[in-house]
Design a protein around this ligand. Structure first.
Ligand code: AMP
Ligand code: MG
Length: 319
């Protein structure tokens, strides 16, 4: 897939940086989704993120940095695995969870002793962090449990005037959230599948276990809210094009032919990367169509599809 880099508007970056330094919120593009950013070192600014999103305070935020050195300055240890992964995948869609220094306020990490760090692969995001001169705490720029935004228009529709400034960098080219990997324990743990696949991680650091393999009811993975990334319209995962025979729906077709002739159909891209890039924008469009249901053909069950499968399962869950 090809994509062109957005122009950087230096005056807009400077305005946004000033707003951040004043403790206010700026929505900015990254390669994954749009983030709702605040100065990560200012607890009052970070509190505004939780208020605007309606996000429970138990859900930790990712801290965005502009360099490996900035990441190292925020943690107490920088293990060899972090060194190798950061050199291989940063800037990029990989969040590393490490033991934090006290300079990161507790509100950023929901009280956890660890912090999730990532260097985004987007020139506007990097320019903004550098201009602000501080790391930026940023979850996705949408209300809690709603679909993630992959365009500035999605951000406007979700947050409206509750966000102080929006930097528009066009559509996000990865289109799905970062992979979250914990390096804080004895073994690397995949907390959330995302833009970097498990086989890509394992090629650099060896075996990675997934959170589901080691979590229990007493020790859930932090921030793993089951219903997340959901459209308002009920979303159904289907196989072989077998959509419901009742009501008026829209079908996100993968390889199968729809079983009903009267259906609105959106053809999805065949590669996992192109599917992910189109994913949220297609769900926003399907949701706005105001149908009774959105049926989505289940994509292949292979490692490169793990992140898309995860988001689809969450979007389909009504718990
Ligand atoms: P998002 O709302 O997309 O920014 O989600 C942030 C993700 O990062 C969630 O899945 C969190 O569980 C994860 N995360 C951030 N910080 C930490 C941390 N300190 N420990 C574990 N997971 C974290
Ligand atoms: Mg989110």
């Amino acid at each position: 897939m090809t994509h062109t880099l957005p122009e950087i508007d230096a005056a807009a970056i400077e305005t946004a940086a000033r707003i951040l330094r004043a403790g206010r919120l700026v929505a900015f593009p990254t390669e994954t989704v749009y983030g709702l950013g605040a100065n990560a070192l200012d607890p009052d600014a970070v509190a505004r993120i939780y208020a605007v999103k309606g996000r429970p305070p138990t859900s930790p935020l990712i801290v965005h940095v502009a360099s490996i050195e900035m990441a190292q300055s925020l943690v107490t240890t920088w293990p060899d695995a972090a060194h190798r992964l950061a050199h291989r995948f940063w800037p990029g869609p990989l969040t590393l969870v490490l033991d934090k220094k006290p300079t990161i306020p507790a509100i950023v990490t929901a009280g956890l002793p660890t912090v999730g760090l990532r260097m985004p692969a987007h020139p506007i995001a990097l320019a903004l962090i550098r201009a602000a001169g501080v790391p930026l705490a940023a979850p996705s720029a949408n209300r809690f449990t709603q679909l993630s935004p992959t365009t500035a228009d999605h951000v406007r529709r979700s947050l409206g005037s509750d966000v102080d400034y929006i930097l528009d960098g066009g559509p996000c080219h990865v289109g799905i959230e970062s992979t979250v990997l914990s390096l804080a324990g004895p073994q690397p743990v995949l907390l959330r599948p995302g833009g970097i696949s498990r086989p890509e991680l394992e090629a650099v650091i060896g075996p990675v276990v997934s959170a589901a393999e080691i979590t229990t009811e007493a020790h859930p993975a932090p921030g793993m809210h089951p219903r997340h990334y959901s459209p308002q319209t009920p979303l159904l995962l289907v196989t072989n094009g077998e959509v419901p025979d009742r009501g008026n729906g829209i079908y996100l077709q993968y390889l199968h032919l729809p079983s009903r002739a009267d259906l609105a159909v959106i053809e999805m891209p065949l590669s996992a990367a192109d599917y992910a890039a189109a994913f949220y924008d297609t769900l926003h469009t399907a949701d706005r169509a105001g149908r009774d249901w959105i049926a989505v053909d289940t994509p292949p069950d292979t490692p490169e599809w793990e992140a898309v499968q995860d988001r689809l399962r969450r979007a389909a869950s009504d718990s």
